[in-house]
Design a protein around this ligand. Sequence first.
Ligand SMILES: C[S@@+](CC[C@H](N)C(=O)[O-])C[C@H]1O[C@@H](n2cnc3c(N)ncnc32)[C@H](O)[C@@H]1O
Ligand SMILES: [Zn+2]
Length: 272
Amino acid sequence: MSNYICPLCDNPLQLNESNQGLSCANNHQFDRAKQGYFNLLPVQRKKSKEPGDSKIMITARQDFLAGDYYLPLATKVADKIESLIADNPSFAMLDLGCGEGYYSRQIKQQLPAILQYGIDISKPAIIKAAKADKSAHYAVASSDKLPYADNSFDLALKVYAPANDEELQRVIKLQGYLLTITPAPRHLWQLRQFIYQEVREHDTQDTKFEGFSLQDSQRFSYNITPNTAHRMALLQMTPFAWHANEAATNNIKQADDLAIELDFVINLYRAI
Ligand SMILES: C[S@@+](CC[C@H](N)C(=O)[O-])C[C@H]1O[C@@H](n2cnc3c(N)ncnc32)[C@H](O)[C@@H]1O
Ligand SMILES: [Zn+2]
């Protein structure tokens, strides 16, 4: 746990004797919240009062994720990580924009020895993540300024979350990995058909990350048939929910047994 750095002055943060707080040489102090996480997002760096996903968005995502429709994806991600761990007994991963920690928890089930860290700019998301897994190290922080020392991680996982190339390069070890999940062309096609006159395939040009080379790119798709409540939660979680007018929303609500395509690109990059 000693790889945290101070978000105010970049000095290493040490756990104090009671184990309940972190402090740096300049005596900047950060208390551990009762759920076990640290808030390492200084007020002056907050762009709004409650940055990141709101409690409503997080609850919708949590309801939907509880249906385990994303379990095949999480298992695929865990398999991929398992193949990278080799015989490293202290493999450390960072879940960037981890939300409520769904993917990290699934990975931990399959790979119990993995050291897990996660950050999200949303405090309600981190509260949920920290409550659900006391063994992972969660912090409220921004991907624009990661509160970790250089070369802290063997792998960073980025599932639909923002990142900053320079910070990724700094905290991921040389030869370490960056694993990204992004939507592929037909992701949520049938939901989008209710909303748009003409549905277009998502553009999936592989994103380039400075300091990393793409090692492997895989498309992963399957269909799900969520119940009505989960279908509506899925809609709320999507960035295009804003485009759904009342008629489209009602039609989606009534579309019992609608099979929806999930379509992802899983990219593996290596720090060079
Ligand atoms: C679409 S959600 C994905 C959450 C999670 N990875 C998942 O797939 O369940 C994106 C997450 O990124 C977080 N986020 C947005 N801007 C961020 C930033 N600058 N730094 C860290 N997290 C951020 C949001 O709060 C939200 O939880
Ligand atoms: Zn400091």
